[in-house]
Design a protein around this ligand. Structure first.
Ligand code: SF4
Length: 397
């Protein structure tokens, strides 16, 4: 579907309901489901070591007739040495290597195209999954950190009309290992010195690529655990370096708070009032601004983590000073900060980034309420790698 056919006016609102499954009546004017929570049933990717807990890996290895401790060895190769090449696993008996690698380290992501900018320190990779679905991840190296932005679904069912991913609908949920593999691939490139700046490590992971992470909850939590569990269970990245974003699936925010994982929650608010948010973020028709903010404040209280309120500034749509005041009143005195995102225009979209003077005025209004504000670095914009631009277009051949 062409992105031109999606406009603010084309998105209809539906009555609020607490159900998490979409009703067949909830369609936008162009006939697409307004919200798709349940991913289409598809064949699943092959089982991979990163899908499994260590206990499950030991069982899987034993089922192959190998000693259980081989699971630990295999895990060290994958998570520490970032290898899935059986030939490199010289501490494993030759006969075991191929069998274990074949059974537990199947190839899940095939690189289709890589685009680099910022002198090679921003790299967007388009991946083909086993069933042909396309997803993208972006690696961004800064002087003091390396961030990888990962996809959690092929496509997205949340239908935000300003977002390139949302225009294409939801293809399917990604598996835990498919999500983790995006990080391992980036870590491998860094360790090999392929990213300018010398060999390095991944310090931050943001779930801000394709998909709504909270709509693929189980796989996303599994991936966060693999990313943050210490070696040899996982990659050993600090949970404080992991950010899970959501447009506001309230029950899932509550579940995340109870996981005991000190990850940062990024709430994509984009409008402080229900009237506008119903159109910009259609999930608002299910859970209103006050409900989603209550869930965010509960998250901050339970985890002690400052919530990031994400707000894409869209010219003449949500960038008025009165909306900054309203947002400021909602966020002030909370364990939260506002992250303003200059909108990345998508091809054919009528919406574009705010004027610089309007952006400055918005920041001033928020600061007047004592709300901490940052304006997001727009790294990756020139390669369509910034948030809301990961539409995974197939390359022209
Ligand atoms: S902004 Fe996020 S939640 Fe909304 S359609 Fe795009 S990827 Fe999905």
């Amino acid at each position: 579907m062409s992105s031109e056919s999606v406009s603010k006016e084309s998105v209809q609102t539906v009555p609020s309901t607490s159900s998490t499954s979409s009703s067949p009546n909830e369609v936008s004017a162009d006939g697409r489901p307004l919200l798709t929570f349940a991913a289409p049933r598809r064949a699943k990717p092959a089982r991979h070591l990163a899908d499994l807990s260590m206990a499950e890996r030991r069982d899987a290895v034993a089922e192959l007739g190998e000693k259980a401790f081989r699971a630990d060895q295999l895990s060290r190769h994958y998570f520490d040495r970032l290898t899935h090449d059986a030939a490199a696993m010289t501490d494993l008996p030759t006969a075991s290597r191929d069998r274990l690698a074949e059974a537990l380290l199947p190839s899940l992501l095939t690189p289709v195209r890589e685009i680099v900018c910022d002198g090679g320190t921003t790299r967007k990779t388009l991946w083909r999954l086993f069933d042909g679905a396309l997803v993208e991840s972006v690696l961004m190296r800064y002087p003091e950190r390396v961030t990888i932005c990962v996809s959690s679904q092929a496509g997205c069912g949340m239908n935000c009309p300003f977002c390139a991913t949302g225009q294409a609908g939801l293809t399917r949920n990604m598996s835990t290992a498919e999500i983790v593999e995006q990080v391992v691939a980036g870590a491998r490139a860094l360790a090999a010195g392929e990213v300018p700046g010398g060999p390095g490590r991944v310090s931050n992971i943001v779930f801000m690529g394709m998909g709504e992470p909270m709509a693929n909850y189980k796989a996303v939590i599994g991936a966060v655990r693999r990313m943050t569990d210490p070696s040899p269970h996982g990659l050993g990245i600090s949970a404080r370096g992991v950010t899970v974003s959501t447009v506001g699936l309230v029950p899932a925010i509550g579940k995340l708070a109870a996981e005991g994982l000190p990850v940062t929650l990024a709430l994509s608010l984009h409008a402080p009032d229900d009237e506008l948010r119903d159109t910009l973020v259609p999930v608002n028709t299910r859970w209103k601004v006050d409900e989603v903010l209550d869930a965010a404040w509960d998250y901050a209280r339970i985890t002690g983590r400052r919530v990031s309120i994400e707000y894409a500034l869209i010219k003449d749509v949500n960038d008025q000073e009165w909306r900054a005041d309203l947002l400021g009143r909602l966020v002030k005195n909370r364990l939260a900060h506002v992250n303003l995102i200059p909108l990345n225009p998508t091809p054919g979209s009528k919406w574009t980034a705010s004027r610089p003077e309007d952006e400055r005025a918005f920041v001033r209004r928020l600061e007047a309420h004592g709300v901490p504000v940052t304006v997001r670095d727009t790294r990756g914009r020139e390669i369509d790698g910034a948030c809301g631009q990961l539409a995974a277009a197939a390359p022209e051949e």
